[in-house]
Design a protein around this ligand. Structure first.
Ligand SMILES: Nc1ncnc2c1ncn2[C@@H]1O[C@H](COP(=O)(O)OP(=O)(O)O)[C@@H](O)[C@H]1O
Ligand SMILES: [Mg+2]
Length: 267
């Protein structure tokens, strides 16, 4: 479904070495691919490129094929129509994705209104007969699905009144709601307590199974990658230095940097 081929990204005037250097990566539906690498290796830059939000950097070479269509050649308008529907991303900082001066309820409603045509209810919601209940009820069902009780009261609260774990799980559920074929999660468990991080990863696995999304999971935490990814690509200074089945890479890393990562992992 997603094939990145030879992607090279640098400031417009060029940069030696480039920030992303000849990066290739592939993703299939129902698959979670981990993109791991130390801070500054280019993970978030790659995520932004997939949504064509790379400016002020430039794509100097390479292709980003989504179902055979090269995103590098698309206009701004064409990309705008794809974002949210075909490719969705949960950014590194959940608070930055929300507006601090509007209630969660109004932001959830705005999101649901914008994507109303594309929203898909989880099979578990349909089984509970919760379909056909209007947007408000569907928003409540979405929140209940991520363990947020008394959603009605929660609607009147502002982002700072929610914990980071609640925001992160809600943003993940929102991003997956229109069932975009490709979902990018940038460090979704960073700074979450381990039990909350575990719950988020369980939400993710359930979503992937139910909706057959392809997920690019960015993390600097190998334990997280080991828990949910079928395959892993290791980014080091803008280059993919190793990629393949998660089990193989974690048990038998071949690149020096990956060996160091595995040796320092906390599991
Ligand atoms: N707009 C930019 N101009 C110049 N350098 C940038 C720009 N954006 C990111 N970089 C550089 O690209 C490198 C990769 O950054 P980033 O993708 O955020 O890494 P990661 O997400 O892996 O921590 C860093 O060295 C960063 O300073
Ligand atoms: Mg980053």
């Amino acid at each position: 479904m997603l094939e990145v081929e030879g992607l090279t990204v640098a400031p417009p005037a060029g940069h030696d070495p480039p920030i992303l250097n000849d990066v290739s990566l592939a993703l299939a539906p129902g698959q979670v691919v981990g993109l791991v690498g130390e801070s500054g290796s280019g993970k978030s830059t790659l995520a932004r490129c997939l949504l064509r939000l790379e400016a002020p950097l430039c794509i100097h070479a390479g292709r980003i094929l989504l179902n055979g269509r090269d995103l590098v050649g698309l206009s701004r308008g064409e990309m705008r129509r794809l974002r949210g529907r075909q490719i969705a991303m949960v950014q590194q900082d959940p608070a930055a994705a929300l507006d601090p001066i509007f209630t969660l309820g109004s932001q959830l409603r705005e999101f649901a209104d914008t994507h109303a045509r594309d929203l898909v209810d989880a099979p578990s919601e349909r089984a509970n007969g919760r379909n056909g209940q209007g947007l408000e009820g569907r928003i409540d069902a979405l929140l209940a699905g991520v363990g947020i009780d008394r959603p009605g009261r929660r609607h009147r609260q502002f982002p700072h009144q929610w914990s980071r774990g609640m925001l992160q799980r809600t943003l993940l559920a929102m991003a997956a709601w229109p069932a975009p074929p490709l979902l990018i999660l940038d460090e979704p468990t960073a700074s979450l307590d381990p039990p909350i991080a575990d719950r988020l990863l369980l939400d993710l696995q359930q979503t992937v199974t139910e909706r057959r999304l392809a997920v690019l999971l960015i993390t600097h935490d190998l334990a997280v990658a080991a828990q949910v990814c079928q395959s892993i690509a290791v980014l080091y200074r803008g280059r993919i230095v190793e990629s393949g089945a998660a089990r193989t890479i974690l048990s038998n890393p071949s690149h020096d940097y990956t060996r160091a990562l595995v040796a320092s992992a906390d599991w």
